[in-house]
Design a binder for this molecule. Structure first.
Ligand SMILES: [Zn+2]
Length: 168
């Protein structure tokens, strides 16, 4: 059952406050009765708190993710520094340079247009681009520690529980 009351989120992390959930960013986390642990009313993940460090760590997940409470929002340990221009430039180079090299090769040494594999060099160019792009996206997700799978899991569980409620 969802909790109907809503306590204002406190500027300091304590066991009496309620805060939005850092995993689903939709539910509200509040302490479980008689326990020093927080639980979300939407995705039902459990967190332990470190009041001294103003941090919570998810316990029912294989990823030991930790977030700090800034007074207004949760901050991931590693997203303190956002991507700077140097990184963006490097990322762009990582993405475009190999693609350009492969494309130059395909342009300078064209396959005979009648040959059955004439499409191949340009297919290879596209593949190079996609491979490097997916590497980059994976790195960004890792960097920000965005719990993508946990988020979708929470969303699915909520939809399923709503469906089973409406069938009653
Ligand atoms: Zn949640």
């Amino acid at each position: 059952m969802s909790m109907l009351y809503s306590r204002p989120s406190s500027t300091v992390l304590n066991y009496y406050g309620a805060y939005y959930c850092p995993v689903c960013r939709h539910g509200e986390i509040a302490t479980l009765p008689l326990m020093e642990a927080f639980s979300c009313n939407f995705c039902r993940h459990i967190f332990t708190a470190n009041i001294d460090k103003q941090a919570i760590t998810i316990v029912d997940s294989q990823l030991p993710l930790t977030w700090y409470w800034t007074g207004k929002r949760w901050q991931n340990i590693r997203s303190v520094k956002t991507f700077q221009w140097g990184y963006r430039f490097l990322a762009l180079g990582f993405l475009l340079l190999p693609t350009l090299i492969v494309a130059t090769g395909a342009y300078l040494f064209p396959v005979l247009p009648d040959s059955p594999l004439a499409w191949f060099p340009w297919f290879w160019v596209g593949l190079t681009f996609i491979c490097h792009l997916s590497c980059l996206l994976w790195l960004v997700l890792e960097y920000y520690q965005f719990p993508l799978s946990l988020y979708f899991e929470a969303l699915m569980n909520n939809i399923l529980s709503r469906l089973s409620l409406s069938n009653d």
